[in-house]
Design a protein around this ligand. Structure first.
Ligand code: 5GP
Length: 191
């Protein structure tokens, strides 16, 4: 497998999705790998663009068909998975797939793709800052907020497993750093 791939992972609320969206609008060669999930759609999301929103039964069926490169039960009954068909679709278009996944999913993708993969973990400056961001996003209940915070604490412990770590203190600086890393990777002929 020679095609280049780009992975962004990090705790929920670290800002990785904002960074990935910025990269997609900056580098036309990138194409977002749309994951499947069983969580319900938020108001600002589009089915087939942000995620494929499917039922737990459909998700389970896809697992048994071997449709996923990796999948995780990120939260109780909240399944998320990277579809192999997304990577082949994107490669056929001659584009570079970019993944936005949780940290464990990121470690699996890293193991799977090795040297053709640019791996980046995005971390918040602190757990307190992360909590404030998740509250500001207004997407969580008290219970899911606490779950996400708890998980983030564990995820932060994996930061030394990734080649590139962006500390998202000021968004503009994090965006510039991400652009630089991606640009160097895309321009590297050996990658
Ligand atoms: P959210 O519900 O906020 O969209 O996503 C929750 C977490 O699941 C985020 O960290 C997101 O990056 C991660 N996620 C999204 N898609 C996938 C996927 O395909 N696989 C894995 N392992 N995690 C994913």
């Amino acid at each position: 497998m020679d095609a280049k791939l780009i992975l962004f992972c990090g705790p929920s609320g670290s800002g990785k999705t904002t960074i990935v969206k910025h990269l997609l609008s900056t580098f036309p060669v990138l194409s977002f790998s749309v994951s499947a999930t069983t969580r319900s759609k938020r108001n600002n999301e589009t089915d087939g663009k942000d995620y494929y929103f499917i039922s737990v039964d459909e998700f389970t069926e896809k697992i048994s068909e071997g449709a996923f490169l990796e999948w995780e039960e990120v939260y109780e009954n909240g399944f998320y998975g990277t579809l192999a068909s997304e990577v082949s679709r994107i490669n056929k278009e001659g584009k570079v797939a970019i993944f936005d996944v949780d940290v464990e999913g990121g470690l699996h993708i890293k193991e799977r793709f090795g040297k053709n993969l640019l791996d980046v973990m995005v971390v918040p400056p602190s757990i307190t800052a992360l909590r404030e961001r998740l509250i500001a996003r207004e997407s969580e209940t008290q219970e899911t907020l606490e779950k996400r915070i708890g998980k983030a604490g564990i995820e932060m412990g994996y930061r030394n497993r990734f080649t590139n770590v962006i500390v998202n203190t000021k968004l503009q600086e994090a965006l510039a750093e991400a652009e630089k890393i991606v640009s160097e990777f895309l321009n590297n002929k050996e990658g």
